[in-house]
Write a protein that binds this ligand. Structure first.
Ligand SMILES: *[C@@H]1O[C@H](CO)[C@@H](O)[C@H](O)[C@H]1NC(C)=O
Ligand SMILES: *[C@@H]1O[C@H](CO)[C@@H](O)[C@H](O)[C@H]1NC(C)=O
Ligand SMILES: *[C@@H]1O[C@H](CO)[C@@H](O)[C@H](O)[C@H]1NC(C)=O
Ligand SMILES: *[C@@H]1O[C@H](CO)[C@@H](O)[C@H](O)[C@H]1NC(C)=O
Ligand SMILES: *[C@@H]1O[C@H](CO)[C@@H](O)[C@H](O)[C@H]1NC(C)=O
Length: 269
């Protein structure tokens, strides 16, 4: 039947430990954060084409999606399930944000599942991003490789220079250092970091604070994670530089920086 396409056992163990830690931390949850699981963006994988109603592809896709809904433990914040055989490949990947494990991940998955089905009807593949998770269907194996085809950038409409926030023109340097340091932290899984390939932190910026977050999907290697974030920080400079906040999302990694907190439990950096 369906199998969990394997990821490192080490990561799984660490993720299970993370649930406990996250639950403990959530008891101090920050009330000023916007906890809405808003829709962000989607993309239908048009080149993979559509499946016929009643086809084997549809059957497997539906079955995998239901298996994840009903029996899969989303405490890890990550699931990849697939079927290969009879000349077809089907996979479903869910990656929740580092602070959204267990029930929150389940609820994001449910929202994303109906959202992706509605937005990409009958497409064999597609991807949708919500605040708390991403969901991908694919008729091609997308595991273990950095995907650079589905990245996109969003930024705060305000320039950082408005209202003299950036009196010293150092904002770009400060957030890039913060995100680089967070990336180093995210990939140090053995250093008591209980949420693999995820880190959120903040650092002072004059009388302000910059908040940052980085995350890679759990099928990406440590090296791949670093490359993905580094690549996107350079690739999307035009979108991000000079803005008060911005984010790049993709299939393999995402990051964000803002002058306000947007995830709970950020570390002082
Ligand atoms: C929370 O975020 C959503 C989506 O970005 C927005 O529509 C909503 O107004 C926000 N709510 C608050 C209280 O900021
Ligand atoms: C999927 O894989 C097939 C066969 O390897 C390839 O021909 C096709 O271009 C791939 N499609 C996408 C969207 O990557
Ligand atoms: C922000 O700065 C850019 C470049 O200097 C300028 O083109 C743009 O109009 C500014 N946007 C706002 C909202 O002030
Ligand atoms: C600007 O530079 C001054 C002097 O180095 C420093 O005290 C101040 O905190 C800086 N402001 C910001 C927003 O970084
Ligand atoms: C962040 O990285 C910079 C450059 O490597 C380093 O100088 C700084 O100490 C780091 N800061 C933190 C808080 O890790």
């Amino acid at each position: 039947m369906y199998s969990l396409l394997s990821i490192s056992k080490h990561l799984i163990l660490i993720s299970i430990l993370a649930v406990v830690a996250v639950q403990l931390l959530l008891t101090h949850s920050v009330s000023c954060l916007n906890m809405t699981n808003a829709y962000i963006h989607h993309k239908c994988y048009i080149t993979q084409g559509k499946y016929e109603p009643g086809s084997e592809y549809e059957e497997h896709l539906t079955s995998i999606a239901q298996t994840i809904s009903s029996t899969k433990d989303l405490s890890k914040g990550y699931v990849m399930m697939g079927f290969t055989g009879d000349g077809i490949f089907v996979s479903v990947i869910v990656q929740c944000r580092g602070d959204s494990h267990g029930p929150k991940c389940h609820s994001c998955y449910a929202t994303a599942l109906s959202g992706l089905r509605r937005r990409c009807p009958k497409y064999k593949g597609g991807i949708v991003w919500y605040e708390h998770c991403l969901l991908e269907f694919s008729g091609n194996d997308t595991q273990y490789q950095n995907d650079y085809d589905n990245n996109f950038c969003m930024h705060n409409p305000k320039n950082v220079s408005d209202d003299q926030v950036d009196v010293n023109n150092s904002f770009n340097r400060k957030w890039t250092i913060l995100l680089s340091n967070l990336t180093r932290k995210a990939i140090k899984i053995e250093n008591n970091d209980l949420t693999p390939l995820y880190a959120a932190g903040e650092r002072n910026f004059g009388k302000y604070k910059i908040y940052g977050m980085v995350q890679c999907t759990l099928d990406i290697t440590i090296k791949g994670c670093q490359e993905c974030i580094g690549h996107n920080m350079v690739e999307f400079q035009d979108c991000l530089y000079g803005k008060r906040g911005g984010r790049v999302l993709g299939r393999s990694c995402n990051f964000r920086f803002e002058l306000y907190p947007f995830v709970p439990n950020s570390l002082k950096m």
